[in-house]
Design a protein around this ligand. Structure first.
Ligand code: SAM
Length: 246
């Protein structure tokens, strides 16, 4: 079985020829020192994983031929990670970990206390692709452009539940709409999202708005305040273990 995995755009199937982009050719032949005859595992998020043989190796490109399918296409749970971008390296970490943890979509969100006003979507998407390549997934999490929290809530799809991670949940003034606790273990399966706030937390107005939505499940991740990147991993772990594919 091939040790190197690459995500490609091209369709994959028995005997299918797949051209390599310049960056991938540089990585495979320049950095990894592979050549013709090497077997590489390819996936494109649609056709499963294929074992492909390098038939042309050049500095600016190359070609592979699919020999056999090694995995069928798998589909992650219908889970979005919504997070307020923080410092660059920590945002990169969140995207990488969310992709590894099986999020289908990664949605950067601008809240009142978010410091970042823009993100490089293409750079973050490249991190998600790399994470998929290394963790053996056959799908790639889709990274969206930054959107304001208000707009996101205004357009929220009716049938999608939202797990809001809020360290202030223990504060009685932010109860659920009817004031009753909502354990995650009672929640329906299906379409979900997890929301992680910025370093400064949610504003009082955001808290009131979030906690009055019928689709919101407020969750406290233990008694300590976690950094946003730690909270993202903890929240995805909790969700996957309770409602996901673990
Ligand atoms: N408001 C806090 C403050 O400034 O003290 C810090 C916010 S925390 C660094 C960033 C985000 O991580 C929060 O908005 C929340 O979504 C999540 N978070 C951190 N600790 C948490 C906990 N114990 N329970 C639930 N969510 C938590």
């Amino acid at each position: 079985m091939a040790k190197i995995r690459l995500c490609v755009e091209h369709p994959l199937g028995q005997g299918q020829t797949v051209p390599l982009e310049r960056d991938q050719a540089h990585y495979l032949f320049g950095v990894m020192r592979q050549g013709e005859g090497t077997m590489v595992a390819l996936f494109n998020g649609r056709d499963g994983e294929w074992q492909a043989e390098v038939t042309q190796a050049g500095k600016r490109g190359g070609e592979l031929v699919c020999r056999s399918q090694s995995r069928p296409q798998s589909h992650p749970p219908d889970l979005w990670l919504l997070f307020a971008p923080i410092k660059k390296a920590r945002t990169d970490f969140i995207v990488e970990k969310a992709a590894e943890m099986g999020a289908a979509k990664i949605q950067p969100v601008q809240t009142e206390f978010t410091n970042a006003e823009r993100i490089r979507r293409d750079r973050l998407q490249a991190h998600a692709v790399e994470a998929a390549e290394q963790c053996g997934a056959t799908h790639v999490a889709e990274v969206e452009d930054l959107v304001k929290l208000d707009r996101l809530l205004a357009d929220w799809p009716e049938d999608r539940q939202l797990m809001v991670c809020d360290e202030a949940f223990a504060d009685a003034s932010y109860g659920t709409p009817d004031g009753a606790p909502r354990p995650l273990s009672d929640a329906p399966r299906g379409a979900w999202a997890v929301l992680i706030g910025p370093e400064g937390g949610f504003s009082p107005a955001e808290r009131r708005r979030l906690h009055s939505q019928p689709f919101v499940w407020p969750v406290q991740l233990g008694p300590r305040i976690l950094r946003a990147d730690t909270a993202a991993v903890a929240a995805l772990t909790l969700w996957q273990a309770t409602l996901g594919d673990w």
